[in-house]
Ligand binder design. Structure first.
Ligand SMILES: [Mn+2]
Length: 185
């Protein structure tokens, strides 16, 4: 079974996260931030990774950052990189928004991001960037999120989470051949 549990406690946050890679996208999210709860349910749905999350903390900024770190750590523990397809990519529309995700589950952290969300009231757009950056660096993985189009911040963020979910689903699919010319990721 490809699953892991991570319990991360600091003076700022307490995060408990359980994932099952070969799940069917069930989400059980305890987080007092409705927009990001919606995003994590979306991530589970499109990656088909089951996610159980209990996140409590002092500030929303700390919470979202630490959930990113915890999810990266959980993926690292649950996945054997020698046995997966390694790359995942997708371009997802949501009405006027069009967002690409391309990722490589190589053990080399890199993060590239150009999402531009303005005039928003539901959530802090910088938290979306912070979440994905924390995740990419703690996994570690190479992660690109690229916005081609979009005006509504909700649509842009949701397209990014869907696109990341679909890309992750592809990348962690089992493969019986090593996807590295070096022989190791
Ligand atoms: Mn929505």
């Amino acid at each position: 079974m490809r699953r892991s549990k991570v319990n991360r406690e600091t003076k700022e946050t307490r995060i408990y996260l359980e994932i099952e890679i070969d799940g069917n996208g069930q989400a059980d999210i305890e987080l007092d931030y409705p927009f990001f709860r919606h995003m994590f349910v979306t991530l589970a749905k499109f990656s088909e990774v089951d996610i159980k999350l209990v996140a409590k903390g002092d500030l929303p900024h700390h919470l979202i950052e630490d959930i990113g770190i915890t999810l990266g750590t959980a993926l690292d523990r649950a996945v054997n990189r020698e046995l997966i397809k390694r790359f995942g990519y997708s371009v997802i529309p949501m009405d006027e928004a069009l967002v690409l995700c391309s990722l490589d589950m190589v053990r080399r952290p890199y993060f590239s991001y150009n999402l531009n969300m303005q005039g928003n009231v539901e959530f802090e757009p910088l938290f979306v960037e912070h979440f994905f950056r924390s995740l990419a660096y703690s996994a570690p993985m190479t992660l690109h999120l690229y916005q081609f189009n979009g005006r509504d911040p909700h649509h842009i963020a949701e397209a990014a989470f869907k696109s990341f979910g679909l890309s992750l689903k592809q990348a962690v699919e089992l493969s019986n051949k090593s996807m590295s010319v070096k022989g190791s990721l």
